[in-house]
Design a protein around this ligand. Sequence first.
Ligand code: ATP
Ligand code: MG
Length: 688
Amino acid sequence: FVSLPAPILDGLNSEQRCAVEHGAGAAPCPPLLVIAGAGSGKTNTLAHRVAHLVVGGADPHRILLMTFSRRAAAEMTRRVERIARKVLGDRASALTGGLHWAGTFHGIGARLLRDYAERIGLDPGFTIHDREDSADLMNLVRHDLGFSKTEARFPAKATCLSIYSRCVNAGQPLDVVLGANYPWCAGWAAELKQLFAAYVEAKQRHNVLDYDDLLLYWAQVMEEPAFAQEIGSRFDHVLVDEYQDTNALQARVLLALKPDGAGLTVVGDDAQAIYSFRAATVRNILDFPKAFTPPARVITLDRNYRSTQAILSAANGVIDLARERFTKNLWTDRAEGARPLLASVRDEADQARYIVERVLDAREGGAMLKQQAVLFRTSSHSAPLELELTRRNIPFVKFGGLKFLDAAHVKDMLALLRFVQNPRDRVAGFRVMLLMQGVGPASAQKALDAITAAADPLGTLVALPAPPRAGGDWRGFVAAVQELRSGDAGWPAEIERALIWYAPHLDRIHEDAETRRADLVQLAQIASGYPSRERFLTELTLDPPDATSDQAGVPTLDDDYLILSTIHSAKGQEWKQVFVLNVVDGCMPSDLGTGTSAEIEEERRLLYVAMTRAKDDLHLVVPQRFFTHSQNAQGDRHVYAARTRFIPDRLLPLFERTSWPRVTPEAAAAAQRGPRIDINSRMRRMWT
Ligand code: ATP
Ligand code: MG
């Protein structure tokens, strides 16, 4: 008899089915790579595969699912549940609820490190530094070494951190990184080496890990065969989305988890590799099959389900001009549709108006705001648009931009909680202590020196004499920290207690304390979604919530809002109508880079990623005047911009060209015919 296809496979094409069913029943399941273009259903296939595994009896607790953001991981588990429901009905959620090893590489790393902390000599109370905290610590260390004072031209703290981070993530020695990526810092090799050694030492003293450490420590643990074996055997299946954007460390971790590739599935698209500036390497995905004997099974998908043929043709046209690529062109069954618009506008203000008009048109036509997205190269590029949207009362959410958590008052509160969690976290401690009147950098440092060096940091804090001019404030602070650390208030109620301590400082420091307090109420709300202070701090640091136009906070799912996103954060997503801002040379490609051909190629892929987010309508907007930080100029300036070189003349037939505001020939002629005056001479005459 013929077995009927499981409902899970319904609607999938034959290649997708192969990927979903690959290795079914085989133990161990051989490694699998799905490499395919944008919108071909990679993520969807991965979700079906997980559902298929779970429905087939795989233990969800033993499935490790890694994606590039927590949002993507959450979306993936939701999809898995929906699919599993088709077979299991209401029993599905109980099973898919067990998929709690779903997250980012960094998030999973943080959890494993906490699990194994005692056994690897790590204090499990460690806190995690985001990039800004890390730069602050780097700066502190730099000062201590005297580099910033004696050597005025020593690289800035952010540059030092980038160099350090690249060494770690690419697994390359300092001199190689300096030579290849930071030639202008090569003269500082010896000092940088000393700085990084001191930085590592400081992190350990303060019991903090930075982002990179979450991968680096994990990779180090996996070097130890006993640990690799133990951790690897916790998972029967390890699945990774967007594999083209992983770096050398992530590949190391992955291969150490499953050296023979058993149960490993990775999916990605080399044409969408856009994170090499963070040391990601497309070699990971290209070399994946060869990493195993026998080599991994490779499945390619070439049918696109997302975009109209016209959008796909234009995107294919752009990526066809790339130097090298593995995935081949896509086709779609979808209707031809309208050609993507190349819209020429005068400047960025007009660009914003153009978009608002089109967005409102679409809304009138029945499209919701959240089915539309505006994408841009760099977060700051959306500023004129944000102004226009605010002026016109159009709600929006911004992904990947300035974060809610970057606001000073939110950082203050988090610093307090972090200090409570880990009194040796010096960057956090410094920030909190300086909030108090009468506590200056010198006394804060003195206190923190004592606390960091002590075996009992909290006891030491309690025993410290108050700085002379801080008296009552200081005692109140110590009492608050003691109380919070005791855990008596319970989580998340302790946020209220923290707020009570912080409120008077907030009022004193900020004129607009009222609105800021609303943010903190929202922070408390977010906090209540986490089981503990530690989980809250970890996950918030790793994947902060997005900024919104609404002061009152994160909109709920029912609200309608326009999506604003950097192209990097738009990865993997899709919208009916998509606008891409500043499709001009100097922005795409950016003129901030060093202009190597590898960099230019990455910028081309970035445009490809942006274009392939659109389902039905795509607008590439080209302002004729564009604000740039051109390197050869005397600072920032407006320049006359040209359409991006990634759309040369021969690709123009793939686009519809328009300019805005539209000047009809009649209107232009009328303007020529009308009465004329010479306003300048009139003005001069007024004073003569
Ligand atoms: P990206 O490279 O941008 O991450 P992707 O390859 O991961 O894209 P998905 O996001 O999984 O693609 O799928 C793109 C769209 O196509 C989604 O809306 C998805 O639901 C739809 N889709 C995928 N496979 C099928 C199919 N077999 N039948 C109908 N729709 C499909
Ligand atoms: Mg995807």
